[in-house]
Design a binder for this molecule. Structure first.
Ligand code: UDP
Length: 470
């Protein structure tokens, strides 16, 4: 076991960031490295399986730090995203500096490397101040990262923000290398729909620029998936490690059982496993799985449109409706919907998603195109219908439908008849065969790259070796 290397991993406090970063932590611990995983106090207490993880990975330790927000703050991007960002800067940053310095003074095992979330650049700056190597891990897709890198130039060249309103949203955006002819105004990252001086828009642009101060970049993607885009990003960093899809890499290195248990242990909500029994009773590839991740919130009206669209499609469905997570809907709506759905569908408030996607009854995935969900869909070989709402989801869905051709993009529409038609097309339409063929190829490359000798497997080994040398 390596006695020197000690990595501190700091995710942004959201499910889609914690999960891939905890997967990386497990892979580093599996290789014998020491890892301190630093969550905010709020999320630390919600990771209820921490002790089991530390028992399984004895070199994995959990610590927590204040996010600077009052206990009753909703901590959602929709309600106070700018407050989350400013509290992290004003409260978490100085505490982090103190904590990191203390590790140097008091611990037998000082931190030798900080791996910070790609939107937590302050941690890279603090690490550099203290003479510690800082690596940035952007948990989004490379295509979204590249669009962010090009955004300032696009604005200088005349791109008017926000996009939307009376704009022709199907107009192509030119000037982003390797995206010409694909990227429309509609597909630009979610912040482009906000005013240019909006704090969240500023934050993402500034954080992207700040990432280049890091000693290296880690991405949860794989070379075969985003090669043309990666060739533009690589020169911006001393080193780039593409180590995705992390869930497949975990499975290949730790085996199915341990990787699935890690997946559920990195969840901020307890999954309702009763849906697996329901799936067991459904015909092969018949079910459409519907989930919009941990951040997207639906209005009452949108919930009803989806419900009608799903029922009218005539396909059985498993739907994650995030009632308990403070969505705009009330508990009664869930009960009413479940009663109206009868045998045809199954509603849960959080599902064991990776297990669901791998279940033989599931034939399609109606998703918000969050990056983890997109990769999990690819790894399971499940074709997708995309209903993106924010952040990188808008560009990911375009790549799913137009570049990789493994799904359909329902962007900016939410009416029952479109939903019904999309589901029928994906599940039984003439185009399904072609989508399935592309998906099988992509799923195959995802599995090959995480095996011995594959690009992501090789890059993980290189990362471990480089960290050991620090
Ligand atoms: N997820 C889950 N159960 C659910 C819904 C989501 O385990 O019912 C997991 C999913 O497997 C994924 C993560 O939550 O790993 C969501 O990340 P993603 O990047 O897709 O979306 P975000 O939540 O960041 O919008």
């Amino acid at each position: 076991m390596d006695q020197q290397a000690h990595i501190l991993i700091l995710p942004f406090p959201a499910q889609g960031h914690i999960k891939p970063m905890l997967s990386l932590a497990a892979l580093l611990c599996q290789a014998g490295l020491h890892v301190t995983f630093l969550n905010t106090d709020h999320n630390h207490h919600r990771l209820t399986h921490r002790e089991a993880l530390s028992t399984r990975f004895p070199t994995l330790h959990f610590e927590s730090i204040s996010d600077g927000l009052p206990t009753d703050h909703p901590r959602t991007f929709q309600h106070g995203g700018d407050q989350i960002i400013s509290a992290i800067k004003s409260v978490t940053k100085p505490l982090f500096r103190e904590m990191l310095a203390d590790f140097g003074r008091k611990s037998e095992l000082p931190i030798t490397c900080v791996i910070a979330d790609g939107i937590m650049s302050f941690a890279i700056d603090v690490a550099k101040e203290l003479g510690i190597c800082g690596i940035t891990f952007r948990t989004f897709s490379a295509c979204c990262l590249w669009a962010y890198f090009c955004l300032s130039k696009l604005i200088e060249e005349g791109l008017q923000l926000p996009v939307g309103g009376d704009d022709d949203m199907d107009q192509m955006v030119t000037g982003v290398p390797s995206m010409d002819g694909v990227l429309r105004r509609r597909d630009l990252p979610g912040t482009c729909r906000r005013q240019p001086d909006d704090p969240l828009s500023q934050f993402f642009i500034e954080e992207t620029k700040a990432m280049t101060r890091a000693s290296a970049l880690i991405l949860n993607t794989f070379d075969d998936l985003e090669a043309p885009i990666l060739s533009h990003i690589a020169p911006l960093f001393p080193k780039v490690y593409t180590i995705g899809p992390l869930n497949a890499l975990l499975r290949s290195r730790l085996g199915d059982d341990l990787s699935l248990s890690l997946s559920s242990s990195s969840s901020l909500w307890e999954a309702d496993r009763s849906c697996i029994k329901w799936l067991d009773s459904q015909p092969l590839r018949s079910v459409i799985y519907v989930s919009f991740g941990s951040l997207v919130m639906l209005t009452h009206g949108q919930i009803l449109e989806f419900w009608h669209g799903l029922v009218d499609s005539g396909k059985p469905f498993l739907w994650v409706i995030p009632i308990r997570r403070g969505a705009g809907a009330e508990q009664e709506i869930l009960e009413e919907l479940q009663a109206g759905t009868g045998e045809m569908g199954f509603l849960v408030d959080w599902a064991p998603q990776e297990e669901v996607l791998a279940h033989p009854s599931v034939g399609g995935f109606l998703t918000h195109s969050g990056w983890n969900s997109t990769l999990e869909g690819i790894v399971a070989g499940t074709p997708m219908i995309c209903w993106p709402q924010i952040a990188d989801q808008l560009i990911n869905s375009r790549w799913v439908s137009e570049v990789w051709k493994v799904g359909l993009d329902m962007k900016d529409k939410c009416d029952r008849s479109t939903i019904k038609e999309m589901i029928r097309t994906l599940m039984e339409g003439r185009g399904r065969g072609e989508i399935i063929r592309s998906m099988n190829q992509l799923a195959n490359s995802a599995h090959v790259c995480v095996r011995e000798g594959g690009s992501s497997c090789h890059n993980l080994e290189k990362l471990i070796e480089d960290i050991r040398k620090l």
